[in-house]
Design a protein around this ligand. Structure first.
Ligand SMILES: *[C@@H]1O[C@H](CO)[C@@H](O)[C@H](O)[C@H]1NC(C)=O
Ligand SMILES: *[C@@H]1O[C@H](CO)[C@@H](O)[C@H](O)[C@H]1NC(C)=O
Ligand SMILES: *[C@@H]1O[C@H](CO)[C@@H](O)[C@H](O)[C@H]1NC(C)=O
Ligand SMILES: *[C@@H]1O[C@H](CO)[C@@H](O)[C@H](O)[C@H]1NC(C)=O
Length: 481
């Protein structure tokens, strides 16, 4: 051994000895000991190691200026509505939550090896549990336990050195004098769900001596992709949608402006006018609805007829200009495929907003703030666009994503933000400033008094909307800021 190596070993040993002496000194001074360190890292056996129940969500606070929705319920029905809402909410929870939302954590110094994310099985299908293993020091014998609650556990038939108990049940134990053999068997443990469910989960407990771990098992039916075979021309990519009601002069101006820039793109018109007038033209589809079905019913009808990957929503009194570049919207959508809705600017107004929502407690419900002008960071590669939670009435949207959320046809008049409220957490939304559309001027000639009468929100409309938020959205209060 060269002289320099000998010296290094000497220095290293001195360091170790000094450390040990220091540690002994500290032990005297602070009552610190190896045994107390041991008990610190031991999992506690009193049931508090892993939370068995998720913590209930705390009540949310209604900030100043909020509308307290319960107060707007008709007095004589209030109690009954509260009870019906509670029952519906429990069903909603049963449909949307599973054990997989429970907080799981790993304790320090565990000899157990197990998957913490990504172990997904199909319902009723045996699936290998990956990476299961034990890394323990020398013992006379090694014994591990595994249990689950919505399925069974199996492994291969063991050889003579191993004892397997509970194969084919919810609880499996494997014992062996050889760690190698034990790990060979652990590597072959299969989980088979005994329930059919398309999107649920189970928790597996894995134990060795005092060490316990919990890991999630996602039980899922895989989803079949639904893809749109899109051409290269705008007509095969986008359909323009609008809804009209008693405003044929404006609609005709809009259609003429569309044809100026997009001569053959398909336009779908949902029409619930009282005395419908026939609108014809190449690639124009007018759907006549029963009279005065309302705003969202018309949007739903129009969206239901789209066969292209995207649709562009416009109001019947908008007007296309040379800045109404649908291609720009498509470019953004294609470049950022997570996006579902991208809005533009109407006569310089982008009316984007963010939504602050807290679920609140089970009894009272959630709190929501619609914050006008609220947006998030710019889209990567598109500095003129930013993420938001909702946008103006002029937007390009991914057809299938919007169909999944839908426009609630109960909302007849005063509705727009409500679509984005229903879509929070389901739709990725952005607003862009360089795609613009015009608004037709409001003047005597194009103001129809009958239209105004129908369209103007009455107090009963906003009361109805608040009652809908109370029940349907399980909200306690809402604020527009
Ligand atoms: C159970 O564990 C908690 C959390 O560490 C501890 O505070 C409590 O004293 C323990 N209870 C018993 C009975 O050991
Ligand atoms: C609501 O306000 C109370 C009192 O100001 C506060 O203690 C509580 O943490 C708030 N709750 C939430 C969910 O912010
Ligand atoms: C699984 O075992 C743990 C202890 O390791 C126990 O607390 C739990 O109740 C068991 N679960 C089932 C479903 O038997
Ligand atoms: C942003 O929009 C302006 C016009 O409003 C345009 O000149 C510019 O090129 C756009 N920037 C990007 C990154 O697209």
């Amino acid at each position: 051994m060269p002289e320099s190596n000998k010296r290094r070993i000497l220095v290293a040993s001195m360091c170790v000895i000094t450390l040990l002496l220091l540690l002994m000194y500290y032990k005297k001074m602070n009552g610190f000991s190896f045994t107390s360190l041991q008990t610190f890292i031991q999992p506690q056996k009193n049931g508090s190691t892993f939370p068995r129940q998720p913590l209930p969500s705390p009540p949310c606070n209604c900030t100043r200026g909020s509308v307290l929705l319960k107060d707007l319920l008709p007095k004589e029905q209030r109690e009954a509505i509260v009870q019906r809402r509670a029952k519906e909410f429990q069903q909603h929870k049963a449909r949307t939550s599973s054990v997989l939302s429970k907080l799981l954590y790993a304790l320090p110094n565990s000899p157990l090896q197990y998957p913490i994310q990504g172990y997904t099985v199909r319902p009723l299908t045996p699936t290998l549990i990956p990476v299961l293993g034990l890394h323990a020091g020398e013992r006379d014998s090694y014994k591990v336990f595994l249990n689950v609650s919505k399925g069974i556990l199996t492994t291969v038939t063991p050889d003579t050195q191993v004892t397997v108990k509970g194969a084919g049940t919810r609880e499996l134990s494997i014992e062996s004098i050889s760690l190698v053999v034990l790990n060979e068997l652990l590597a072959k443990v299969l989980y088979t769900s005994s329930i059919y469910h398309i999107n649920s989960g189970d928790l597996a407990f894995f134990r060795f001596e005092n060490h316990e771990a919990v890991f999630p098992i996602a039980i899922k039916q895989p989803q079949v992709p639904v893809l749109y075979h899109m051409g290269t021309d705008i007509r095969s990519q986008v359909t323009i949608l609008t809804k009209t009601f008693l405003r044929y002069p404006q609609l005709k101006v809009l259609l003429a402006s569309i044809r100026q820039f997009y001569p053959d793109i398909t336009v779908i018109i949902a029409d619930d006018s009282l005395e419908p007038e026939r609108i014809s033209g190449k690639n124009i589809q007018q759907y006549i609805m029963p009279p005065a079905q309302g705003w969202f019913a018309g949007r739903n009808l129009a969206v239901s007829q789209v066969v292209t990957k995207y649709f562009l929503w416009v109001d019947d009194d908008f007007i296309f200009t040379q800045n109404t570049k649908i291609e720009e919207f498509v470019k953004v959508m294609e470049a950022v495929p997570e996006l579902d809705v991208v809005g533009g600017s109407v006569e310089g107004n982008r009316f984007y907003f963010s939504i602050l929502y807290e679920e609140g407690d089970e009894v009272e419900g959630g709190c929501m703030i619609r914050k006008s002008g609220g947006k998030f960071h710019p889209l990567p590669g598109f500095l003129n666009c930013s993420f938001a939670d909702g946008v103006v009435n002029f937007f390009l949207a991914r057809t299938d994503a919007v169909r999944r959320v839908g426009f609630d046809p109960q909302l007849q008049r005063v509705a727009h933000s409500e679509f984005f409220m229903d879509g929070l957490g389901l739709l990725m939304v952005a607003t862009c400033k360089d795609v613009k559309i015009g608004h037709q001027p409001k003047n005597k000639e194009n103001t129809n008094p009958r239209y105004t009468e129908f369209r103007t929100a009455k107090k009963s409309d906003s009361d109805f909307k608040f009652q809908l938020h109370y029940f349907k959205n399980h909200l306690k209060c809402i604020r527009y800021s």
